[in-house]
Design a protein around this ligand. Structure first.
Ligand code: TYM
Length: 337
């Protein structure tokens, strides 16, 4: 018999919780295009349920949910080749999350570094959702029998936990879940703040010069790179202790495809000023088509809603298949129809 290989499931998501940065772009969304090839079947989610672990203004959350979907498409993802949907449109995420809570240990969740960071930043609102967040993320991934999860390096620990939960469940009930693997590019999995280059660039940073938004105007991009923190050396060189320059070289490399040594040769004999200008221009040029396409898409809400609707239908279908299996395995009586 002919050996027909099933396409590998790819799943990832972004929170609609702030203005997306070039960190989100280079660490995640930009890399998803390659999974449009026939051997993959990709699903991308706008994870609105994750976003409310931190207080959100409802009208902003709603607008940002449309924006993230528009950005997925503006960054080059083809809605015909990928399933895109909004997390809260698929109830199985919350349902599986409850079950998996009962297979996740308190100690495991206590060790999550993102929980520790976020609970420090939101000291007045350390809610149970913030603590439980990685279980919802594991549910997102496991519901779709995901093999590959393309993300930035800050999500590594959450993916490890999703694997552990899946293996623990499978050990008790047989092969219910595919064991997922994180996928990270060599470069750009951790873009750093332009102001404090030992810290991750984050969409929630209060210093607006610290991060570059995917939708920033050219002037703002140029200004931010011009002000980027570097060091007292003058040579464009990738080396230990040169965090600011290393970060700028990484960003430049991601946008141009050039290697670090090619970049070093290109800027030999030139100062940091010239280098920063070149990085700014390259980033602004690279993001311009994204911004233009984004604006067109945001003007067509009906189109975005048609994608959300179709995406949710497909996602519900896949997710419910896994959820029914899980319900059966744990011993729930099937719904009486
Ligand atoms: P979120 O919304 O914080 O970030 C979305 C994606 O962007 C990556 N990223 C970065 N990459 C490089 N450099 C940076 N400075 C940078 N900042 C963010 C993140 O690694 C991520 O890939 N928990 C997830 C969302 C999520 C998810 C999922 C992801 C929920 N369920 C299931 C994958 C699968 C998060 O908060 O990402």
């Amino acid at each position: 018999m002919e050996n027909i290989q099933q396409p590998k499931r790819v799943f990832s998501g972004v929170q609609p919780s702030g203005v997306l940065t070039i960190g989100n772009y280079l660490g995640a969304i930009k890399n998803w295009k390659k999974f449009e090839a026939d051997e993959f079947d990709s699903i991308y989610c706008v994870v609105d349920m994750h976003a409310i672990t931190v207080r959100q203004v409802p009208a902003e959350l709603r607008r940002r949910t449309y924006e993230i979907l528009a950005l997925y498409i503006a960054c080059g993802l083809d809605p015909q080749k990928n399933t895109m949907f909004v997390q809260s449109h698929v109830p199985a995420h919350a349902e599986l999350s409850w079950i998996l809570n009962c297979y996740t240990m308190f100690g495991e969740l206590s060790r999550m570094t993102q929980f520790k960071d976020k609970s420090q930043k939101n000291a007045s609102n350390v809610n149970a959702g913030l603590f439980d967040y990685p279980v919802l993320m594991a549910s997102d991934i496991l519901l779709y029998q995901t093999a590959i999860v393309p993300v930035g390096s800050d999500q590594k620990q959450h993916i490890e936990l999703a694997r552990d939960i899946a293996m623990r469940f499978n050990q008790v009930y047989g092969d219910v879940f595919t064991i997922p693997e994180g996928y990270m590019e060599k470069n750009g999995t951790k873009i750093m703040s332009l102001q404090e280059p030992t810290k991750k660039m984050s969409k929630s940073d209060e210093n607006e010069n610290a991060s570059v938004g995917i939708l920033d105007e050219r002037d703002a991009i140029m200004r931010k790179f011009k002000r980027a923190v570097t060091d007292s050396d003058t040579v464009v060189r990738f080396a230990d202790g040169k965090d600011g320059i290393n970060n700028l070289m990484t960003i430049y490399s991601c946008f141009t495809g050039k290697s670090m040594s090619e970049i070093e040769s290109e800027f030999e004999g030139k100062g940091y000023g010239d280098f920063k200008l070149a990085v700014g221009e390259t980033v602004a040029d690279g993001l311009q088509p994204v911004r233009e396409r984004f604006n067109q898409l945001m003007a067509d809400k009906a189109y975005l809603e048609s994608i959300m609707k179709e995406g949710a239908e497909k996602a519900n279908y896949f997710a419910n298949k896994t959820l029914s299996k899980v319900y059966k395995k744990v011993g729930f009586v099937p719904k009486i129809r």
